[in-house]
Design a protein around this ligand. Sequence first.
Ligand SMILES: C[S@@+](CC[C@H](N)C(=O)[O-])C[C@H]1O[C@@H](n2cnc3c(N)ncnc32)[C@H](O)[C@@H]1O
Length: 320
Amino acid sequence: MTETNATSTEASSGDQRQDQDRETTQRDDHDRRTMVRERYGEIAGGEDEGEGEDRDEAAAETETENENEDDCCGPTCCDGDAPDTTPAPADADAQSLELGYEPDDLEDAPDGANLGLGCGNPVAISNLEPGETVLDLGSGGGFDCFLAAREVAPGGRVIGVDMTPAMLERARENAAETDPDLEDVDVDLEFRLGEIEHLPVADETVDVIISNCVVNLSPDKPQVLAEAFRTLRPGGRLSISDLVATGPLPAAVREDPDLVSACVGGAATVEEMAGWLEAAGFQDVSITVEGEWESEYDGEDRPIVSARIEARKPDETVDD
Ligand SMILES: C[S@@+](CC[C@H](N)C(=O)[O-])C[C@H]1O[C@@H](n2cnc3c(N)ncnc32)[C@H](O)[C@@H]1O
């Protein structure tokens, strides 16, 4: 074999290995999203949310909504004892009060919107103003979206995105219940089916991104943050609540499917999260620990905390 042939054979086997690695990662990511979707489908009170038709429906709806963008105007998920079914409303409300929501928040949101799945209060930290457009990543039953709608009235808009069809159905039913109230205060509220790694939202159309205990569930957090950056207007802000790790998590925790879908196994470290936000282009990155999170597994403490994660897209994007 000539030297040139040997080099090109080595290069092509390197390419093959890279292709195989990429395929393995894509398959792992897909399996993880399927597992998470099944879990939250059960919590939403739906049937099995397996990948098949539902996944296709999510992808198709994401594509259609992208094309039509111009047309459209107690126990929690987040601990090891997370329920597999809808938590009792009283438990969800008690947990939300502990996280800093006000009794009025619970009164104002439609029944069934609060599933007690959050780990913070992103609406409270996002300083929303009337007229702003808000995007909620992983909107669940819609609790934070309804509260955000109250803040951006009049003239504002709130979009919730979730990949679990049963969650979306629940949020849309809640929205239908509250529709006349929203019309009175002049706010657009809609829930879109889609993955936060591929947001069904046009470029630079959002003022504020909120999210509550969702980014940790994504197998590709840098991609989520890149998508958040894409959809924000220059000068727009990101104010999210999530669980993060103050130190590396053991592989046994990171790889445990129950702990991943309970919002713990996939928690990024504070340093990772800050690095990904900066790599996506965000400025003024700030990650503030709000409190330790119940995190005992196998009798050992794990360094999991709830945090508020804030950042801003620069006013002008500098072209190279
Ligand atoms: C822990 S719950 C939080 C729900 C809501 N933010 C709240 O505070 O009640 C996580 C939600 O995120 C959704 N989700 C998880 N991973 C997602 C992804 N990659 N893309 C879109 N939605 C996702 C789930 O379907 C679920 O509704």
